[in-house]
Design a protein around this ligand. Sequence first.
Ligand SMILES: [Ca+2]
Length: 181
Amino acid sequence: MSEPLHHAPATSGRTRSLTAIALSLLTAVGLPALAPTAAQAATTADHCVVNLTRDEVTCAATQSAALALDEAASAEAGVQSVTLITLYDRTNYDPAGGTRSFVGDGSHTCSAAYSPVEFSVDRLDAAGWNNRASSVRTYRSCDIRLWDSVSLSGASSTWIDALANLGTIGWNNRAGSYQIS
Ligand SMILES: [Ca+2]
């Protein structure tokens, strides 16, 4: 079985495993919503930030809260986190259905070329994100390539910089894994 997240050899030899963390999120997602005493408490959507540098996943009730928690933890660890890509459950980058962001350290900028692949992330099913992404944004010169299966095999999309509706290229609610370059 392959690792859920690994660097391409040309980038570095490090290998990281996020399966256990991702699995632990499944229980968090299933928790009942708190009483809607604040506007932001009205959603049960999951918003998680996968931090490559710290090898941790941070989740919160909103995308901004998840990013803020990740940034605070990163600052404590002496690193700056920057977003490389964000997957949205809904089209048009609407965060209301849930988001999953992948962040690297502050010095990271993707190379202009698509080869080598800089990050490969499989098993979106373990994170509750298989066949779910409907729009995607990328940052820091990164692009994303979606794979139909959860194991970076089968059909794959073109490289995407940003797309408000993945359905326009036949990839709505379809990705099971992805690569960043
Ligand atoms: Ca969706």
